[in-house]
Write a protein that binds this ligand. Structure first.
Ligand SMILES: [Zn+2]
Length: 192
């Protein structure tokens, strides 16, 4: 079994990968949804996955790990533990990701950006902008699942434990809408 298959099994066994007809927060529809909190609710499984993310950055001596609320808080904390680095998170204020709670990034600090599931990459691009604004040095990006099928280029080293190529559809082009399958809204509080 490859490492990726091993990680995928952890997600499947915890029920984190669901089949149906889902409205993602990106506005797109999909027949598969990753309910990340089904696995994140188990701290030891979360640590096992996040250790896999951390391994890509250990030799780069990171100072700080940054994620975005909500799932990114947990990932950042767990990766930060594995790297013996500081762990901080950004939150939305007036629709913009900002650092609150006394968090900051000093100029030149070595930053690893993390997230749970990447669909469009929008939040990660915002986190990149945030680190640049503070003058931090971005070492790379680590995520649990890249469900864009590896199609996004962030301009920094990018590592995902699992790459899924799950088709997403605009509502007008969605085959499941055409088949009148009831739509379930998911991920209202986080990213899909
Ligand atoms: Zn649909």
């Amino acid at each position: 079994m490859t490492k990726e298959e091993n990680y995928l099994n952890i997600l499947k066994e915890s029920g984190a990968i669901l089949d149906g007809h889902f409205l993602l927060t990106s506005g797109l529809h999909s027949a598969t949804y990753v309910e990340k909190f089904k696995v994140l609710q188990f701290p030891l499984l979360c640590d096992k996955l996040c250790k896999g993310i951390a391994e890509n950055f250990t030799s780069l001596s990171p100072n700080v790990v940054l994620g975005a609320a909500t799932g990114g808080i947990i990932i950042s904390h767990s990766v930060g533990r594995a790297l013996s680095a500081r762990s901080i998170f950004a939150e939305r204020e007036n629709n913009e990701l900002v650092l609150r709670r006394g968090f900051g990034i000093s100029a030149g600090e070595r930053v690893v950006i993390v997230d749970d599931v990447v669909t469009t990459g929008g939040s990660l691009l915002e986190l990149i902008d945030l680190v640049v604004k503070y003058g931090g040095h971005i070492l790379g990006i680590g995520v649990l699942i890249d469900r864009s099928g590896g199609k996004i280029d962030f301009g920094f080293p990018f590592h995902s434990l699992i790459t899924l190529d799950i088709p997403t559809f605009k509502p007008a082009e969605c085959p499941q809408c055409k088949a009148n399958i009831p739509l379930t809204a998911r991920g209202r509080t986080g990213k899909a």
